[in-house]
Ligand binder design. Structure first.
Ligand code: CO8
Length: 260
């Protein structure tokens, strides 16, 4: 049986999902998209998992895009299915009830940048290069890239990246707000582990409320978004963790959140 293109590792509430096709620079073929979808569904359902880290195997790439060799063989009906499969995965990640961090360890191109943009936080190695080069293949982004790039970085940056198809370096990506932080490549793993570790001890229901309010609320008109935020805020007063957090502050001690 062929080995899975995705590996999974757990440590202290942090699940690391690694795309493991380094010989193809972790390009996304159908099998990889399906394996990722299953891995994120499992991480969503597992209450022991508090945070997910997504990264690519090998020193060169996070993900160098959709698999061009596979796409080359697709007709329009299969391409539609392929696009929908990718979009479903990206949406699943974006709507995850726990934080998802992309550790961008190298090239994040095409479908790879689309995948990173579906994550909630992006930490990039200083060696990373990011872009939407589909135009060079006579294509456009097909896994939601035009929409997420527009919403994350605005129209000027979205048009620049998608029209020119030229990858940018990590420093420019930081300038555009495309990544949250840039760290030396050798420190990426430890920096992401520290960040994931701090999220893994935060109050899970409050983290979920933030994700719902920002991701879902951000897709609504402001009045609806504000109402949504108020509903999330009020609901947290029914949780033990909110009592624990406020009591710990008043008692000058570290809170112990229990996901209740
Ligand atoms: N797909 C398939 N194979 C790939 C891909 C890819 N995206 N990227 C790299 N590879 C393969 C190479 O073909 C090569 O294979 P081989 O050893 O057999 O020749 C191997 O990985 C190593 O790559 P390179 O030798 O090219 O490595 P370099 O360091 O010279 O270059 C680059 C690295 C610059 C990243 C280069 O590989 C490259 O330009 N890759 C393609 C980048 C790209 O165009 N990505 C966008 C793809 S399109 C896309 O993502 C659309 C998403 C939406 C789809 C919607 C469907 C309907």
């Amino acid at each position: 049986m062929a080995s899975s293109p995705v590996t999974v590792r757990d440590a202290d509430g942090v699940r690391t999902i690694t795309i493991d096709r380094p010989e193809r620079l972790n390009a996304l073929d159908r099998q990889t998209l399906e394996a990722l979808d299953a891995a994120f569904a499992a991480a969503s359902a597992d209450t022991a998992v508090r945070v997910v880290v997504l990264t690519g195997a090998g020193p060169k790439a996070f993900v160098a895009g959709a698999d061009i060799a596979e796409m080359n063989q697709l007709g329009p009906i299969e391409a539609r299915e392929f696009s929908l499969l990718g979009q479903r995965l990206m949406r699943r990640i974006e709507r995850m009830p726990k934080p998802v961090i992309a550790a961008v360890n190298g090239y994040a191109l095409g479908g790879g940048l689309e995948l990173a943009m579906a994550c909630h936080l992006r930490i990039a190695a200083d060696s990373a290069r990011l872009g939407q080069p589909e135009i060079n293949l006579g294509l456009v982004p097909g896994f939601g890239g035009t929409q997420r790039l527009l919403r994350l970085c605005g129209r000027a940056a979205a048009l620049e990246l998608c029209l020119l198809g030229k990858p940018i370096d990590a420093a420019r990506a930081l300038q555009l707000g495309l990544v949250n932080r840039v760290v030396p490549a050798a420190e990426l793993e430890s920096e992401v582990a520290t960040l994931a570790g701090s999220l893994a001890t935060a109050a899970p229901l409050a983290l979920r409320a933030v994700l719902d309010a920002v991701v879902v609320g951000g897709e609504c008109a402001i009045e609806e978004g504000l109402q949504f935020e108020t509903a999330q805020f009020a609901l947290l007063f029914a949780t033990e963790d909110m009592r624990e957090g406020t009591s710990a502050f008043l008692g000058k001690r570290t809170p112990q959140f229990r996901n209740r």
